[in-house]
Unconditional design. Structure first.
Lengths: 438, 308
């Protein structure tokens, strides 16, 4: 099974690299004695409605344990990482932070996250192996508790697919054929767009193809952004854009919303959280969309990438790491908490047992026409490829946006853009002094 | 020998310094110190060893001029500066030209509804830059723009205003829309302070309104034109809001479109405050050189004219 083999490779690679960290981190986080007296914790998060979920804690288990959590709403994305790191420099980082999986190596390498393996080690079984591995970075340490995941899927307009006689593509080759066929039948319509304004999408597609953007050998990092798997993905999308069979405009603009809502774009490669986005972007087409697994690179494969997803981490600056870890574990494994998170924040839980219960027994309102939406989603989530992140994901992501944005606009060579992404990332690591292998 | 009386002048001599103290202190605390710190940071860098993992893997070290050489060699910073230059070449003449034109028109005798018109032209200045950029951004986006809709109905081609050359015009338009009113008020105010006798004398000499505007009014308000030009150069070099707000709407605006966006990206996207500090210092020095260079050139001309 090539799939498990690959996962193991990544795990060992990162494990070797992070062994040293685990040791030092254990030494640092030594205030593991039982807490007594009231504890108050601060929590930086961007999940909408988190304050309501935290209220459940403050009035329930938190009240018993005399641990009060206060939510400080933050902006998502790279700026929050910088904010955490800046606060950490002043030794004033909040007790708990929300962090996307790809940001964890950056935070760990700045010694901002505490090892909470002693407190949360027993919840490991509630998460899929590939998800949990991202929070341990392959070591014995645990740097965060997974909160939500974003397994990727293919969304399409069921009615329009029928009208134009299109079949739901199961391979990327069929996907390209579908795009061409649609262009022939309805020249003013596009199957989808290649958008360069969300790097997570491209990272997820590369992950599905088997890319390993960061790995370590000895005390050196190996950057594999410009590897065969990613080249394949870049060439595929670049080809479609150049051919003019898909659009090249960015996502999340009023234009894009309108294209989805009026059926000018009839499919979207997205993740499990798409219903939320579609509800606001394309309200008029509610009930006309359907979800299918992501197309595959070969017919016998069954693997998906992930786009988005985040975790709850405890910082090294926290004076109450044990209490904070206790809250993090509750938030992401307790059924009541996860139900509230799903309802208030619209997240798709990383906890496997929560993926089919409570809020997820019925399909999202937008997909009322697909009763087995979440059963399907849970099955797809199981096929998520492992991911490998490095310490300067933010640089790679920015470089992607600029290089691929320009390439998509000019319909030029995506391979050159990918090379620029690789070069920028390596140059930044070298400039900072990281050991980088050729 | 010092007597009590001979000490008094001493105390008086010290008084000015005493009065200066609060201002000096505030200046040092809130101006010199932060700038000094930024300059200090620009000579430092973060050094990572090996894999950069673990507690002791990162240390701040002296970088010398390294950040500055990197900034000078950074083609993206230079390209950003060139883009802003192109943008400034559109914004400054158009905005000041319009401001002068409006001020002269408002100042003419035949104008009606002057207070209302003045307010209407000034109003966009009160709209925050981000809001203005959003507003125009929506008007530019082909699929939601009413302009595109009308052009489409008339069977005319719809230009993509968020791409290539038109992008500069689109960005300039936002700045002109927002800035003309302010500059107009500055010029208009100085027009009002020109004594009426001057115009009277000109009229008696048989000057037409156009001649009065060209030969008298414009030379009289030259100092305020210099001032508005000076402000406009600084504002142009610091352009950040408009391209940042338009960025999500188009592939044509990169994260480092203008020099300040590059500084922002380095500081908050890449978490490299050292490079960002060096670039910021560089931009400040260039702004200073450009604006004061312009002021000196303008002053020299004034003096030459006065000597003539």
């Amino acid at each position: 099974m090539p799939h498990t083999k690959r996962r193991r490779l990544v795990t060992t690679a990162v494990a070797v690299s992070l062994g040293a960290t685990a040791l030092t981190a254990c030494g640092a986080g030594d205030d593991g004695k039982a807490e007594s007296g009231p504890v108050s914790l601060t929590y930086w998060t961007w999940t909408p409605g988190m304050d309501k979920v935290v209220d459940l804690w403050n009035q329930g288990p938190g009240k018993k344990a005399r641990i009060t959590v206060t939510v400080k709403k933050q902006a998502s994305g790279d700026t929050l990482i910088t904010k955490i790191l800046t606060a950490h420099k002043a030794k004033k980082a909040p007790d708990l932070v929300q962090a996307e999986y790809q940001a964890l190596p950056t935070l760990v390498s700045n010694d901002a996250l505490a090892d909470i393996s002693d407190q949360v080690g027993d919840v490991e079984g509630k998460f899929a192996e590939g998800v949990w591995q991202q929070t341990t970075l392959g070591t014995d340490a645990v740097y965060a508790v997974p909160q939500d995941i974003g397994p990727m899927m293919f969304y399409y307009r069921e009615d329009l697919f029928r009208r134009y006689g299109l079949k739901v593509p199961t391979t990327w080759e069929q996907f390209a054929e579908t795009a061409r066929l649609l262009k022939k039948k309805a020249p003013d319509k596009d199957l989808t767009t290649f958008s360069a304004n969300d790097s997570g999408l491209f990272a997820g597609l590369a992950q599905q193809a088997g890319a390993k953007w960061w790995a370590t050998s000895g005390d050196r990092w190996k950057v594999g952004i410009d590897d065969d798997a990613t080249r394949k993905v870049a060439a595929f999308w670049g080809g479609l854009v150049k051919e003019g069979v898909i659009d090249n405009q960015p996502m999340y603009t009023p234009s894009w919303n309108k294209a989805l809502d009026t059926g000018r774009q009839i499919a979207w490669v997205s993740a499990v959280w798409a219903p939320g986005t579609l509800t606001t972007a394309a309200p008029d087409t509610k009930g006309k969309w359907a979800m299918a697994p992501l197309p595959q690179w070969s017919a016998e494969q069954d693997v998906t990438g992930s786009w988005g997803g985040s975790s709850t981490a405890v910082t090294t600056d926290s004076a109450h790491k044990e209490a904070a870890a206790e809250f993090a574990a509750w938030l992401n494994t307790d059924h009541e908490a996860l139900n509230a998170l799903a309802k208030e924040g619209g997240i798709y839980p990383a906890s496997t047992s929560a993926q089919l219960s409570g809020a997820f027994s019925d399909p999202p309102a937008y997909f009322a026409n697909q009763p087995d939406f979440y059963t399907k989603a849970a099955d797809i989530a199981k096929t998520t490829a492992p991911s490998a992140w490095g310490p300067d994901v933010n640089v790679a992501y920015t470089s992607f946006k600029d290089a691929f944005g320009a390439a998509a606009k000019n319909k030029s060579d995506f391979a050159a853009a990918l090379k620029k992404m690789q070069d920028d990332t390596v140059a930044d690591m070298k400039k900072q002094g990281f050991g980088v292998a050729r | 020998m010092t007597s009590p009386t001979s000490r008094r002048p001493y105390g008086v001599k010290g008084a000015p310094y005493g009065f200066l103290l609060p201002a000096t202190l505030l200046f040092a605390l809130f101006f010199a110190l932060p700038i000094g710190y930024a300059v200090w940071l620009s000579f430092r860098k973060m050094h990572v060893s090996g894999l950069g993992l673990g507690a002791g893997a990162r240390s701040e070290v002296w970088a010398g001029a390294e950040n500055y050489t990197a900034a000078f060699q950074d083609s993206e910073l230079l390209n950003g500066a060139l883009r802003v230059l192109g943008y400034g070449c559109v914004v400054v003449p158009v905005m000041l030209g319009l401001a002068l034109l409006f001020a002269l028109m408002l100042d003419s005798d035949r104008v009606r509804l002057a207070p209302f018109t003045r307010l209407a032209i000034f109003l966009p200045y009160a709209v925050p830059g981000v809001v203005a950029a959003l507003l125009w951004g929506f008007l530019y986006l082909p699929d939601v723009s009413p302009f595109s809709f009308v052009l489409d109905r008339l069977g005319l081609p719809q230009p993509d205003l968020l791409d290539g050359g038109p992008l500069y015009l689109a960005l300039s338009n936002i700045a002109v829309w927002g800035g003309t009113g302010f500059n107009m008020i500055v010029i208009y105010t100085s027009l009002r302070s020109v004594p009426a006798e001057v115009y009277e004398a000109a009229k008696l000499d048989g000057a037409t309104p156009l001649q009065i505007a060209l030969r008298i009014k414009i030379p009289m308000v030259a100092p305020s034109l210099v001032l508005t030009f000076f402000f406009s150069i600084i504002a142009t070099l610091q352009v950040f809001n408009e391209p940042t707000t338009l960025k999500p709407l188009t592939n044509s605006v990169s994260t480092t479109w203008s020099p300040l966006m590059k500084v922002y990206q380095d500081a908050f996207g890449r978490n490299d405050i050292y490079s960002a500090a060096a670039e910021a210092t560089l931009i400040a020095v260039v702004t200073l050189l450009l604006s004061f260079g312009f002021l000196r050139a303008a002053n020299r001309r004034d003096k030459q004219e006065a000597a003539r």
